[in-house]
Write a protein that binds this ligand. Structure first.
Ligand code: ADP
Ligand code: ZN
Length: 519
């Protein structure tokens, strides 16, 4: 069997060797075992069901949530000479019934189907009458209600196991987060399946986080190191996507927008161009990306903070699938933390879910603020131990300096207190730096004892101080007010107990190092 698998890998797929745990998974599933496969994006999950599909008699049914991408996968398989097809609502009735006939007559190796289609009585009875090699459940994290890709129909996929207990099932996901993995196993009744996990490390990705000064200009600087290369720029809102794409085009960059608010045909056209043409920068919300298989994406840039480390690794995982050097770059500032805290607080999730969202955001902020190797922080978050600093992240390449910010922190916190805990960082910095703006005079803040006591630091350094005080829990963002900052129980450590505070010194303004520029 193993030699047959290897032979098929070479003959049909044109790969010389299996990668990571692929060989074991293929053998296990080909022999009829159930499997839960956890591998990062680009790790080579598809092969784990495509190859057993060819080794076992009958047709493999592949459940996939994204109609738009099924056709791409089917086309790619057909080019390899594999009898693949898909069934979804985009097909006309005639084509659909033709595909169904091929399935019944045993002429298909793989059939991709959307979950809602699969669950129809018509399709289930079709399965009954056909010879089925295996069930593959792609993007299995869609079963988790905590993820942003939740698909209620995924919950009902247990019907496959209940009705056809002898047909092997393989569920696949790039979700690295252990609680979500447990939820997948439970929801899909895969507790007894063998679990296969590849390392979630992506050694060719270079992680960089820069303090946000002027996101657009910083993005342009960053993109200069990636001329004519394909990449994705993630932003939080549709409006920001449109504006950023426009801005980049004005600066001669071949950028296209993608978000759920665009007409479907334009969205599809932009995606198509990104996949087929060279050097396109896709500016997108997280609506873009799941299942995108473009090997030569050279960078993923975040101009807004993602919602969690999980989301961040999934999004950055779309870069460098070909194994060549690629950048995962992010610009991040206090405004991002304020905005996301407010979105969580004002969202319609229930309290327990809000707490989970908050914790996930905190973990991500911890990543951004960390002075340690970024890879160690990311993998540590997934319970993976990475013993040595990686040498391929900003913190490894240019170790950050820390400085004794005890006095600055005391000044910042007293300024928050004296001005009544009702103002955001911008205004507080104006007070500390003794600016004589109109708002300062309007509130009489030029008479505060903290007015002008912080002229020794520039505004940028102060922004870094406030941001790090929030990240460390010494200040809280008032989510009802407009990002105003207030003291926390922990503030006493600095104000009363005068504990020393070491903060990260912000890198000098001009530091847009990129993987391709320096390697
Ligand atoms: P995933 O679904 O895990 O994100 P894919 O299955 O799309 O990843 O595979 C990512 C890329 O790696 C694809 O271009 C695929 O052709 C390639 N690949 C997969 N397995 C191998 C292998 N054993 N050897 C070489 N390339 C591989
Ligand atoms: Zn590192």
């Amino acid at each position: 069997m193993p030699s047959l698998a290897l032979d098929t890998l070479r003959r049909v797929f044109g790969h010389a060797e299996f990668r990571g745990p692929q060989a074991e998974i293929v053998e296990h599933v080909a022999c009829g075992g159930d499997a839960l496969v956890l591998m990062p994006t680009g790790g080579g999950k598809s092969l784990c069901y495509q190859l057993p599909a060819l080794l076992r008699p009958g047709c493999a049914i592949v459940v996939s949530p994204l109609i738009a991408l099924m056709q791409d996968q089917v086309d790619a398989l057909r080019q390899l000479g594999v009898a693949a097809a898909c069934l979804n609502s985009a097909l006309d009735a005639e084509t659909a019934s033709d595909v169904e006939r091929q399935l019944r007559e045993g002429r298909l190796d793989l059939l991709y189907v959307a979950p809602e289609r699969l669950l129809t009585p018509r399709f289930l009875s079709l399965i009954e009458r056909s010879d089925i090699a295996l069930f593959a459940i792609d993007e299995a994290h869609c079963v988790s209600q905590w993820g942003h890709d939740f698909r209620p129909e995924y919950r009902q996929l247990t019907v496959l196991h209940e009705r056809w207990p002898d047909i092997p099932r393989i569920a696949l996901t790039a979700t690295a987060d252990p609680p979500t993995q447990r939820e997948i196993a439970e929801r899909l009744q895969l507790e007894d399946a063998r679990h296969f996990a590849g390392s979630f490390d992506r050694p060719n990705l270079r992680y960089t986080v820069v303090q946000k000064d002027n996101a657009r200009r910083q993005l342009l600087d960053f993109l200069r190191g990636h001329t004519n290369e394909a990449g994705i720029v993630y932003a939080l809102s549709r409006r920001k996507v449109d504006e950023t794409a426009e801005f980049l085009r004005e600066h001669g960059i071949h950028a296209l927008p993608y978000h759920a608010g665009m007409p479907a045909d334009l969205r599809a056209a932009n995606q198509h161009r990104f996949l087929r043409e060279d050097g396109i920068v896709m500016v997108a919300t997280i609506a873009f990306g799941m299942g995108i298989d473009k090997p030569d994406v050279r960078f993923v840039a975040h101009i807004d903070l993602p919602k969690s480390i999980e989301g961040y690794t999934q999004e950055t995982g779309r870069a460098g699938r070909d194994g060549e050097a690629a950048d995962a770059w992010m610009t991040y500032g206090l405004g991002d933390v304020v905005q996301l805290r407010q979105m969580i607080a004002q969202g319609d999730s229930d309290e327990s879910r809000k707490r989970v969202e908050q914790r996930k955001l905190d973990a991500l902020v911890g990543y951004c603020e960390s002075m340690a190797c970024r890879r160690q922080v990311l993998l540590g978050n997934f319970g993976e131990d990475y013993p040595e600093p990686c040498g391929n992240c900003d913190n490894c390449l240019t170790p950050p300096e820390s400085w004794d910010a005890s006095l600055a922190a005391q000044k910042a916190l007293s300024c928050v207190y004296r001005s009544g805990q009702r103002f955001g960082a911008g205004h507080l910095i104006d007070i500390l730096r003794g600016s004589d703006g109109e708002r300062i005079r309007q509130f009489g803040h030029d008479t505060l004892s903290t007015y002008g006591i912080g002229t020794e630091l520039d505004a940028r350094t102060w922004r870094g101080v406030f941001r790090q005080l929030v990240a460390g829990g010494w200040l809280a963002v008032d989510v009802e007010g407009h990002g105003s900052l207030r003291l926390t129980p922990k503030s006493a450590e600095i104000l009363k107990e005068k504990q020393p505070v070491m903060l990260r010194r912000e890198a000098p303004r001009k530091a847009s190092r990129t993987a391709s520029a320096s390697s």
